[in-house]
Design a protein around this ligand. Sequence first.
Ligand code: ATP
Length: 364
Amino acid sequence: MARVTVEKLTKKFGDVVAVRDLDLQVEDREFMVFLGPSGCGKTTTLRCISGLERPEGGTIRIGDTVVNNLSPAVRDIAMVFQFYALYPHMSAGENIAFPLHARRMPGNEVQRRVNEVARVLRIEHLLQRRPRQLSGGEQQRVALGRAMVRRPKVFLMDEPLTNLDAKLRSEMRAELKRLQKDLNATTVYVTHDQVEAMSMGDRIGVMKQGGIEQIGTPDEVYNHPASLFVAGFVGRPAMNFVPAEYRDGAEPSLFLADGAFALPVDDRWATAIRERATGNTFTFGIRSEDIALYTEPGQDRIPSEVYVMEPLGDVNLFDLKLGEQIIKAKTLPNFRLRIGDRVWLQPDHDKMHLFDAQTERAIF
Ligand code: ATP
C-alpha cells in the first residue's frame, strides 16, 4: 500500500477553477474522506489522483512516484463509482475476475482470488448470477469486488453508496469501513453526506470552492471546526449561529442577538479575542446538544420562548425564539413543553464557538 501526496494541485475547466492550489497527504492505510457541497471540487480532485483528469498545475505522488504523466492503468489504483458499470452479459464472478483475466493471470490463481474477495464481501452465493438478477447493494458489492481483486495500492471511491436505500447504505457504511481496515488499503472516499464522512473516515478533508477548508479527525472537525463553513456543514441539526458583538471592560461580554443578551466571557476567551480577532463583531456558535434548558430563570440563563417542539423518540428537538432568531436545542425525551412556553437556555461554556465576522475563521 502507499501514501498519496498532492501538492499545489490546480485543475481548470475553461474559466472555472475546479481545484485551486490544493495540498493534501493521505497516509499509508488511511481512510481519507473528502466532504463538501456539490461543485466544491471533490470529484475533480479524485479524478486528478486517478489520472482521468490532467491538472494544470501541481504534483501528485503515489508512494514515492510522481504520477502526473502516468496513465490511469499504470498508477496501480482502483476506482469505485456511484454508478457501478458491471458487464451485463457476465456473471458476478466473471465481472470480478475480469481485471485478472485482462492481466493474463493463471486460471487457478484467478479462482482463488475471486473466492477470497467473495468471502470477504459475503457474495459467494451470488457469483453465478448476472447483474440484473442482483439487488443494488449486491451489485455494488460485486463492483467493490472487481476493484479489490487486483489488490491495488490505492482505492478511490466516488459516492459509491449514493444509489442505495437508507438501510442498505448504513449497512454498507459499516461493511466498507471494516473492509478497508481488513485490507489495510489506502482509501480516498468522496461524499457530500456528512454522516458517511463522520462514521467512516480516519480523517475528513472538508472542501469548499476548490480548496480544503480543514483536515482533521471526525472529532476535530466536529468539536473544533476551523471556520464558520465547517461548523455549519458538519453536524445535524446544523450548529446554531447568532450574531455577536464583543465589549471589553470590567466584565468582558459577548452581546448576542443585537445586544439583547449579554454572555460574560472568561479570561481565556477575552485573551483569544484580543489576540486573534480582526474587529469586535463575531458569529457565536453552539450545537443543539450543548444547550441546557430550564423552566426557571437563573444566572447566565438566556430567556426565550418555545416556537415548536419535535419529539423524535430518543430526543426532543426544540425550536426556541431568541429575539428574532430560532435556536435549536436537544433535550431528553421526558423534557416536554408547549408552544409559547417560557424557557431559559444556558450554553455549555466549554462547547461554545466564536467565529470572526470578517474572516469567518474560528477564534476558539
Ligand atoms: P458533486 O458532489 O456535485 O459531484 P463535486 O464537489 O464533486 O460536486 P466537481 O464535480 O469536482 O465537484 O466540480 C467542481 C467544479 O468544476 C464545478 O463547478 C463543476 O461545474 C466544474 N466541472 C467539473 N467537471 C467539469 C467539466 N468536465 N467541464 C466543465 N466544468 C466542470
